[in-house]
Design a protein around this ligand. Structure first.
Ligand code: ADP
Ligand code: ZN
Length: 643
């Protein structure tokens, strides 16, 4: 059950505190049961996955490192223990979180369910700060959110020390713990200072959480946060409700538009682009096409950025077009799609970005379009970066894994999970499972292409780009062919049987597989050492057929895809009730200055519309309706539903 600290540093203080804690834990033994808290406070019937084991471990006062995918339900892993331990008289939980912008909503969500929480950061007025500090010192506060830089602040340290002396410092939760690792993609200098918490308050249990899990980052977290003795909880990284689709680029804007119109009309989504300019252009273009889209990137004025983020979180059905600067800590649960117009850097990045879709567990799409230029650009960015050779080598390996995913003909999910060390079976919910791509024996074609590059070099010690290469293979008499005398090459016209598009696909796959590199300002092509084996016929190559026209069977009608699945059984009256409940929710959200989903999420509203509860008792049975919300909104909801 709930126990206090594992060890004491001596002195008189612990004796009294320990007594108080034992007394408190006996008194509150029923209401501090995690299961009871989950139901009464959050209105959920059961823990998910490993939540229960983690919560029990932490409530009992042990350290833990939690690796759970985005949307897996990390917050409850520290919120339930925080409540349990506070009820047992153990005081406040300090949550370290890197994103000031989101603390407000997290605290708002807790206050909505009746948990006393607050944040301390630089956006507060002096009055507010002092008020919160008083709450903190009184021991009434259950959770306090703070940015990492605050932890080293001397005044704050003194406050923590005072709480500690009085046995009122219950737990440290370190969110986004991968920020402590230089290998991770979100390294934050301030996170290195967090070891001070353990040094000064050694017997306060700690819980570090992250959605990023490669071995190196994991080892770094354990070392830098002194978590050697913590139990490590690794959840499955599968997000079964997300459908992965990776398509070849063929007029990407139109592809994106069709994807949004056909499958996500009126849905909230994120579109990732690599450059700031492309973000702005794409957002503007989508708006012109009648899709409500906003831009977000680090170059925008901070106020504009904040406003766009707030609108995205608070309004229904907005599309955010953004660089990777957007998204960390965005816990909007009803993002129905994440689209990539450019290739991410690696699978970790891809998985984290796509993981922002469908956190509510309802169907969602991860859609990416990529082409030869993406492959070439990503390779070049690594080559030209000022990083060490060792770092570049690691980055190249990571890019290769991503390219292999993009070119895969088998289940995408099996590959993704395999990358994170998890074995699985074909999922039935990715493009390759749903529409197995045609493959062909591309060995001969690959040899033709590689030998053409080789002949260029042999002929005039020169390299050429993709366009000219394909012209020569197809035997086109262009000016450039005449200029270099390439009509005399033995490879001239040997590929007339395949279309431009087909050759482009072959080349892209050969670059992805590492047989060809594109270099320099003009992306001229050269063979790698590995190409020799293919030229000699020692390697058999099974390639993907290019998709001449995008083939998607889903989404021809407006109400298809993820949204339809959620609303499928909402017909007639139920659909009307759902609309009315949403309108009511929007009003409440505005009044409380909170995103609508924090009042109730879509799934909860849909349940209400479907089951039409007639009494408060029936309403309480619906997942997502806890005691506080029942009390605050129960009557109003019954009225909306025309009781
Ligand atoms: P993470 O931080 O791991 O990305 P969150 O903590 O934001 O995930 O949880 C994602 C969503 O799942 C939230 O809307 C949360 O309320 C919901 N959720 C988490 N655990 C449960 C549970 N046991 N039952 C029902 N919903 C849950
Ligand atoms: Zn699959």
């Amino acid at each position: 059950m709930i126990s206090g600290r594992r060890a004491h540093n001596g002195g008189l203080r612990p004796c009294l505190c320990a007594f108080r804690r034992v007394l408190a834990s006996i008194v509150s033994v029923v209401s501090s049961q995690p299961q009871a808290i989950l139901q009464e406070v959050f209105g959920y019937t059961a823990f998910r996955g490993q939540q229960q084991a983690i919560v029990d471990h932490v409530v009992a006062g042990h350290d833990a490192l939690v690796l759970m995918p985005t949307g897996g339900g990390k917050s409850l892993c520290y919120q339930v223990p925080a409540i349990a331990r506070h009820r047992a008289g153990l005081g406040v939980t300090l949550v370290v979180s890197p994103l000031i912008a989101l603390m407000h909503d997290q605290v708002g969500a807790l206050e909505e369910v009746g948990v006393h929480a607050a944040f301390l950061n630089s956006t507060l007025t002096l009055d507010d700060t002092q008020r919160i500090e008083r709450e903190l010192m009184s021991g009434r506060l259950v959770l306090l959110y703070a940015a990492p830089e605050r932890v080293t602040n001397l005044r704050f340290q003194a406050q923590l020390a005072s709480l500690y002396e009085r046995g009122l410092l219950s737990l440290f939760a370190i969110d986004e713990a991968h920020c402590v690792s230089q290998w991770g993609h979100d390294f934050r200098e301030d996170y290195l200072q967090l070891s001070v918490l353990h040094e000064r308050f050694p017997d306060v249990p700690r819980l570090a959480l992250t959605a990023t899990a490669d071995d190196q980052t994991r080892a770094d977290m354990i070392e830098r946060l002194d978590l050697q003795s913590a139990r490590v909880f690794i959840s499955s990284f599968d997000r079964p409700n997300i459908r992965y689709t990776l398509v070849e680029k063929d007029n990407p804007r139109q592809q994106l538009l069709r994807f949004i119109r056909d499958e996500h009309d009126g849905d909230a989504g994120i579109v990732y682009c690599q450059s700031r300019r492309k973000v702005e252009e794409t957002a503007e273009w989508l708006s012109q096409q009648g899709i409500s889209a906003l831009p977000y990137h680090a170059g925008l004025d901070a106020a504009v950025r904040q406003r766009n983020q707030n609108r995205f979180l608070r309004e229904d059905g907005l599309v955010m077009v953004a660089t990777v600067a957007f998204g960390m800590g965005i816990d909007k649960p009803d993002v129905r799609f994440v689209a990539h117009l450019d290739l991410p850097k690696n699978i970790e990045g891809y998985y984290q970005e796509t993981g922002r879709a469908g956190r509510d567990g309802l169907p969602a799409d991860a859609w990416l379009t990529y082409g030869l230029a993406d492959v070439v650009n990503q390779r070049r960015m690594i080559d030209e970066s000022p990083a060490s050779d060792e770092f570049k080598r690691i980055q190249r390996g990571k890019l290769d894994a991503l390219l292999a995913l993009a070119e895969a003909h088998d289940c995408r999910r099996v590959r993704l999970l395999d990358y994170f060390g998890e074995a699985s079976q074909p999922c039935g919910n990715c493009d390759n499972c749903l529409h197995p791509p045609a493959t062909w024996d591309g060995t001969e074609a690959a040899r033709k292409l590689l030998s053409c590059i080789y002949r260029f070099w042999q002929h005039g010690q020169q390299r050429f780009g993709a366009g000219h290469l394909i012209d020569v293979l197809r035997g086109k008499h262009t000016d450039k062919v005449a200029q270099y005398g390439h009509q005399t090459l033995s490879t001239f016209g040997i590929g007339a049987d395949l279309s431009d598009n087909h050759w482009r696909a072959v080349l892209r796959q050969l670059v992805a597989l590492g047989y060809v590199v594109a270099e320099g300002e003009f992306n001229t092509l050269a063979l790698t050492d590995g190409a020799r084996a293919v030229l000699k016929g020692a390697v058999q190559l099974t390639l993907r057929e290019p998709t001449e026209a995008p083939k998607r069977t889903r989404g021809r009608t407006p109400q298809s895809g993820a949204k339809a699945a959620m609303l499928a059984d909402l017909t007639g009256d139920a659909l009307v009730r759902f609309g009315e409940l949403k309108a009511w929710r929007a009003e409440v959200a505005r009044e409380h200055n909170l995103p609508a989903y924090l009042v109730f999420n879509d799934a909860t509203l849909a349940d209400m519309a479907r089951t039409v509860p007639q009494t408060l008792g029936e309403l309480a049975q619906i997942s997502g309706v806890g005691a506080k919300k029942l009390q605050a909104y129960g009557e109003a909801i019954l009225q909306v539903m025309g009781r």
